[in-house]
Design a protein around this ligand. Sequence first.
Ligand code: GRF
Length: 197
Amino acid sequence: MSGSAREASAERPPATVAVLISGRGSNMQALAAGQGDAYRVVLVASDRPDAAGLDWAQAQGLPTFGLSPKGIGKPAYEAALDAALREAGAEWIALAGYMRLLSGDFVTRWQGRIVNIHPSLLPKYKGLDTHARAIAAGDRQAGCSVHVVTEELDAGEVLGRASVPILPGDTPETLAARVLVEEHRLYPAVLKEFVRR
Ligand code: GRF
């Protein structure tokens, strides 16, 4: 780090990040563990109020927000989510196993401030079943990518990638477990850089 960059990071308060999850939230836990001078997690939100990750976040004393769009519709759901994010003082949003597509309106409101972790070496294998597709294609490497979220699925600027070998006999499950270890390393590291640039 240059002298001026060090001064800037010493002066700047940590960036404030909300993490959006839909399930177990292991990446959210890795992001929480990575909190420090670069960023703080100010909210953990979920579209599934029963998400296991919300229980973990609550037990850690992190502010949480759980709301399902079922019954109220996407516009009302996103309006409530947006209000909760602003109320929490979030400047950035990190999607971590958040299984819902955000609307164009929502993405525009948070333009360039939403990142996601995706379990493939983007631009390969956007969407679901990434590990099965990588194995079926005979790839020798798999991995994960952190990217900026745009309206188009898994298509924004790639901020960082980590690779793992695909081993003989790998199943989607064994490969997913190996990639997940890298996800937990990559995501906090990339987020720290991203909120500082
Ligand atoms: C991760 O593999 C992530 O890359 C993908 O969904 C999974 C979520 O896992 N988008 P977790 O909830 O972070 O444990």
